[in-house]
Ligand binder design. Structure first.
Ligand code: SAH
Length: 201
């Protein structure tokens, strides 16, 4: 992939959630945002040649993009059977390892975590569970969340010996795939934070 837009076009062809489960907050990262995050992460040396985990992989857009940018190995961790079946259907790389597992139980150390976790709207603390899982296995984390969560992210990092090194803002279109969405399409302002653990391992 020689440009961010080539990556975005490639990612836009992937399948997305068929029957999104609202309880699990199954919102796919759109291809523009995914390409933006991955491109920035790669420029900072966190993708190519690295072992990466995509926590809450859904249909796999972030992990697939990481492989396309030259990650050595990518672990896709997804708890939902339906999403996992979609993952299996479209992730065909020798260096992809799929785990049908709760992120809270996944314990393989990796170089980089990249994730679009549940925003913790439907199930409180789902976002915290993901962040804690990520910090347990990696020193470098890219996590997407609503920009209004900036204060939460700062205090979470303070409490967990971590610091925010970068933050990128995007508008994430959420298609009205779920019954409680009334408008056809709406956008939310999201931030991708790069978090680095300050604890020595
Ligand atoms: N990473 C994908 C999907 C994001 S939606 C993308 O960027 O498009 C969040 C995903 O996390 C959903 O697929 C949901 O099923 C999964 N998920 C929610 N709770 C989980 C848990 N405890 N363990 C593993 N996966 C979980």
């Amino acid at each position: 992939m020689n440009s961010k837009s080539t990556l975005a076009v490639f990612l836009s062809k992937l399948a997305i959630f068929k029957d999104a489960n609202p309880k699990l907050e199954q919102y796919a990262t759109n291809s523009q945002v995914a390409a933006g995050i991955l491109w920035s992460a790669n420029l900072l040396g966190d993708i190519e040649g690295k072992v990466v985990a995509d926590l809450g992989a859904g249909t796999g857009i972030l992990g697939i993009g990481a492989i396309e940018l030259g990650a050595e190995e990518v672990h896709f961790v997804e708890l939902d059977k339906k999403a996992f079946a979609q993952l299996e259907a479209q992730v065909h790389y020798p260096n992809a390892i799929l785990h049908l597992e709760d992120v809270g139980l996944f314990d393989k150390p990796v170089d980089t975590v990249i994730m679009n976790p549940p925003f913790g709207v439907q199930r409180r603390n789902a976002d915290k569970l993901f962040l804690e899982a990520a910090l347990r296995i990696s020193n470098v984390i890219y996590t997407l969340g609503k920009s209004e969560g900036q204060k939460f992210m700062e205090s979470f990092c303070k409490d967990h010996n971590a610091q925010i090194t970068h933050a990128w803002e995007y508008m994430l279109p959420l298609p009205a795939t779920q019954k409680f969405h009334t408008k056809k399409k709406h956008e939310v302002q999201v931030t991708c934070w790069r978090i680095v653990s300050t604890k020595r391992r």
